[in-house]
Design a protein around this ligand. Structure first.
Ligand code: T1G
Length: 689
């Protein structure tokens, strides 16, 4: 039974029992409707208290059902029945009440939550709109401005904020007990929200919400649809508006955007240690972080937040001071954003040690090296770690590019080495590439996945190659962009095309932020092994030679007059034109569509090679890397999900056409050829198959 109901005195007690989070699938809807019929027939009831078993009241509609046709009873009808029930229903919630779960609360006459409960209507984050009365009942309860803000952002409220706003009537340690103690007469006098007049008009609030979603959720369809529906509540009678809400919800369920957002929602939750990983993780109570720069400090803070004692090792006293200042700066910023309370801060500060002596890490269970990206430095660090730390300690490197096998070759126990590739800022970015070397033990890997769980990161397993999954795709993306530059496009055009596609910023503005010297160092490192037949674009090297390193030098691909926004720089266009002249390139125009197509094809083809080589376990893993680490638009589902939306046949045809231009860089990946031959998508493709 996913819904149970029983009588206790004059009260009916209804419980959602669909673990783990009481998703309101078909069985729950049927069960709720049976409970209404029971309550209507049960003599002498003066209230029905609905609550949820387990860690949540209800997480809303079962998103796994959204690919198929909606099956009755539909949630809006079930909630209408609850609202119309002659016995008043009381919602007694804990944990989370999201989407349909919050709408169930709105269909009740009285709402009680336990402290710590989160209440929200996050449907837009799944590419849909509230589809069971939320857009009509909420504004009638809390007013237009509060309702449109909640629904357009999808952000859940805390119990106290919900009480402040009037969304809930009480915050109680035991909501069910509180419900049972309510005065029956007061309860019976409460009106159904659907019977109330619509909210006062508030054009300002609507316009503000529209402007905000146009900025923050650019390219996504659902947010503005949700705003339009909430606006309807001012003048449209409840029943009519509810129908429009339902039609909109059903229409959006099967859109590409909703499918893409569901794909990422479930892929993120499926990102766990692979089934074949049967080893026990090393219990990590204390850790060493080598290097207290931006990455090291972020990693140290993330570990401290998870309750792990941290020793940051630096080369000298100045370095140690800078490291301590870097961690303190992160704490300050988190405290300023209300994310770090004084007690927690004191605990974290007490658990942090900064030292120049590896011996201070003698009791560590894990070491994460985040030192300068030079193989020489890495080797020195790991031999010091192997000497100072206990033999059970797992040794990890945060390298973004360097060869794990070369580092492992310097260790007495290479099985202890695993790659843990964090993304800046390490305490915020959710992605963690866990890199498995040939010698990496299952215990070291399991420790990486267990750490990801404790740090609430999205772990993705990667094999060893230059740049692992993410940076390898990024390198190909930049190479393809530089080729477009050489052949006729401008940084502005390229960035605009990728922003129009859905990225927050294009490759050139992004590089100005991170600095052109990082990629330059990598190109220099790769020079010896680069394929001599592969076309090489020297523009970015020239930029570095001329000191145009990006924002940190005030100029890069763009100028930033007065430290403000990016401005096109004719000197860059001159530099590019000159390089094209030297290379005897006849430059030509590219449309925004050309640019988008070529850059996506380049990334998709490289990602397909990564899949074919078994560096990535699945296309879904590559989607997680591109969305959580590289700003690929979440509402497009990640690089490979988008590739399947384009279709492998079309992709192969495009690659074949571009191969005539350059057979080396546009050689179609074996994975794409195989998928086209077998008539499958990249999502079904498995390495080695
Ligand atoms: N549908 C289906 N499965 C769901 C689910 C949902 N709505 N929510 C969670 N799960 C699964 C999840 O895949 C995982 O499965 C397990 O539950 C635990 O989740 C008309 C129709 C509730 C805050 O957007 O935000 O209502 O991996 O690992 O970190 O308007 O899940 O164990 O197999 O995330 O504690 C709107 C989405 C739906 C809420 C719990 N609701 N869920 O977080 O655990 S649309 C949402 C969450 C709607 C109506 C429409 C979170 C959570 P597995 P978890 P968690």
């Amino acid at each position: 039974m996913t819904v149970t109901f029983r009588r206790e005195g004059n009260a009916g007690l209804v419980e959602l029992a669909n673990p783990p989070v009481n998703a309101m699938g078909l069985a729950v809807r049927q069960g709720l409707l049976e409970a209404v019929r029971w309550a209507e027939a049960e003599p002498g009831l003066d209230r029905v208290v609905v609550s949820g078993q387990g860690r949540a009241f209800a997480a809303g509609g079962d998103a796994r059902e959204f690919d198929g046709e909606p099956v009755p009873p539909h949630l809006p009808d079930v909630l209408d029945a609850i609202e119309a029930c002659p016995v008043p229903w009381i919602a007694a919630a804990h944990g989370v009440a999201l989407g349909g779960g919050a709408e169930l609360m709105l269909a009740c006459r009285y709402r009680i939550v336990a402290p710590g409960t989160r209440i929200g209507l996050p449907e837009v984050t799944l590419g849909v709109v509230p589809g069971a009365g939320g857009t009509q009942r909420l504004p009638r309860l809390v007013g237009l401005a509060a309702a449109v803000d909640m629904i357009a952002t999808g952000k859940p409220l805390s119990a106290d904020d919900a009480y402040e706003m009037g969304l809930v009537d009480a915050v109680a340690d035991d909501p069910v007990a509180h419900a049972l103690a309510l005065d029956a007469a007061e309860l019976a006098a409460r009106s159904a929200l659907s019977s109330l007049d619509g909210p006062e008009p508030d054009e300002m609030a609507i316009d503000k919400a529209s402007a905000s979603v146009a900025r923050r959720m650019r390219g996504q369809v659902a947010p503005q649809k949700a705003i339009d529906l909430v606006a309807l509540s001012v003048s449209t009678p409840f029943a009519g508006a509810l129908r429009q809400e339902r039609e909109t919800f059903v229409a959006l369920r099967t859109t590409d955007q909703a499918r893409a957002l569901r794909h990422i929602f479930f892929a993120e939750r499926a990102a766990k240690a692979p089934d074949w990983l049967d080893a026990e993780p090393q219990k990590v109570e204390s850790a060493v972080v080598v290097g207290g720069g931006t990455m090291g400090a972020g990693i140290a803070y993330a570990l401290l937040l998870a309750g792990i004692a941290v020793t940051v090792i630096e080369t000298d006293a100045d370095g140690a001071e800078r490291a301590r200042a870097n961690v303190a700066r992160i704490m300050e910023a988190s405290a300023a954003r209300g994310l770090l309370g004084e007690d927690k801060r004191a605990r974290i500060e007490a658990a942090l040690t900064v030292s120049t002596d590896y011996a201070d890490g003698a009791s560590a269970d894990l070491a994460i090296e985040a030192a300068f990206e030079s193989m020489e430095v890495k080797k020195a660090v790991f031999s010091a770690l192997e000497e100072a730390l206990p033999v059970h300690a797992v040794l990890a490197t945060n390298t973004s590019y360097l060869d794990l096998h070369e580092i492992a070759a310097t260790l007495n126990s290479p099985s202890r080495l695993v790659g843990l590739h964090f993304f800046a800022p390490a305490h915020i970015m959710k992605l963690l590439e866990i890199v498995q070397g040939a010698a990496t033990s299952h215990a070291a890997l399991a420790t990486g996945f267990d750490l990801a769980r404790r740090l609430r990161k999205v772990p993705v397993l990667s094999g060893v190659c230059d740049g692992f999954i993410g940076n390898r795709i990024l390198a190909r993306y930049r190479e393809a962009a530089d080729t477009l530059l050489m052949d006729g496009a401008t940084p502005w055009q390229i960035d605009e095309a990728m922003v129009a596609f859905g990225y927050a910023m294009g490759p050139y503005e992004a590089q100005d932020l991170s600095g052109l010297d990082i990629a330059y160092a990598n190109r220099k490192r790769q020079a010896e092994t680069r394929d001599p037949n592969r076309r090489y674009i020297p523009i970015a090297d020239r930029m570095v030679h001329e000191g145009r390193l990006g924002k940190k030098t005030g100029v890069g691909w763009y100028r930033y007059p007065g430290g403000g926004g990016k401005v096109e720089d004719p000197l860059v266009e001159d530099l590019v034109a000159e390089e094209a002249h030297f290379a005897k390139v006849a430059r030509r125009d590219f449309t925004s569509e050309d640019i988008e197509r070529r850059l996506l094809l380049a990334m998709i083809n490289e990602a397909a090679d990564i899949l074919a080589e078994g560096i990535a376990q699945s296309a879904a893993d590559i989607d997680l890397v591109t969305v959580f680490g590289y700003g690929f638009p979440r509402w497009r589902g990640g690089l490979m999900h988008h590739a399947d939306a384009l279709g492998v046949d079309a992709i192969l045809a495009d690659l074949r056409a571009l191969e005539t231009e350059d057979p080396v860089v546009w050689r179609a990946s074996a994975a794409i050829v195989a998928c086209a031959e077998r008539g499958i998508g990249l999502a079904e493709y498995r390495p080695g198959s």
